[in-house]
Design a protein around this ligand. Structure first.
Ligand code: 5GP
Length: 206
């Protein structure tokens, strides 16, 4: 059966879990996809680029976008707003692409509630809490206060792994990338409810 509706792959996991590195490893092997670039009020980190990592806006602009219902979902994370713009996602889905989100657990809840029948969710975790601390400190992009906040948040997020379809423990990059590749391919094949109805109808008619 050929799907033309597109599909969604949600990736969540603590900052420092290695989501971006993993995604870069597999992005060229999963067919036509669109990585959703979120909008955030968080300050830009060294090495980040406007329109590549995020669209960076101030709180006033973000709140205006909320009022105008521009977001598929948004959340307040680590004291900053993050949101997924609806328009490019709709367009990519119409084009039959795999839409990939890097969003937190709150975002996953909203996306799964709104678009569950075409959504596959993956939680990516570092092997241990001490490894996470080590990675965040080695990154040298955040202050101690920010790192502590991210670790507290990670402890809370880990409690919600059961809300996801899959868990990838990012210990060995190659193994984790192989797993994500398989999941991404399967995510594309998820059958939306309307297509099941069309298929059963056609199957009986022939
Ligand atoms: P960071 O500041 O490290 O880039 O991201 C912090 C957290 O915000 C991560 O868990 C990331 O997945 C999440 N995040 C990034 N963009 C969005 C978004 O558009 N919506 C939601 N709900 N979370 C997001």
């Amino acid at each position: 059966m050929n799907h033309n509706t597109g599909a969604i792959l949600v990736l969540s996991g603590p900052s420092g879990a290695g989501k971006s590195t993993l995604l870069n490893e597999v992005i060229n092997d999963v067919g036509e996809c669109y990585f959703s670039i979120s909008t955030t009020t968080r300050p830009m980190r060294e090495g980040e680029v406007e329109g590549v990592h995020y669209y960076f806006v101030d709180e006033e602009e973000f709140k205006k976008d909320i009022e105008q219902e521009m977001f598929l979902e948004y959340a307040h994370v680590h004291g900053n707003y993050y949101g997924t713009s609806l328009k490019p996602v709709k367009k990519a889905l119409k084009e039959g692409k795999l839409v990939i989100f890097d969003i937190d657990v709150q975002g996953n809840t909203v996306v799964t509630n709104r678009l569950g029948d075409i959504t596959t969710s993956v939680f990516i975790s570092p092997p241990t809490l001490s490894e996470l601390k080590h990675r965040l400190q080695a990154r040298q992009t955040d202050s101690k206060e920010v790192i502590d906040r991210r670790i507290d948040m990670a402890k809370r997020e880990i409690q919600r792994i059961s809300e996801y379809d899959f868990l990838i423990i990012n210990d060995d990059l190659k193994t984790a990338a192989d797993t994500l590749r398989s999941i991404a391919k399967a995510a594309r094949l998820k059958i939306p409810g309307n297509e099941i109805n069309d298929f059963t109808q056609m199957w009986e008619d022939i």
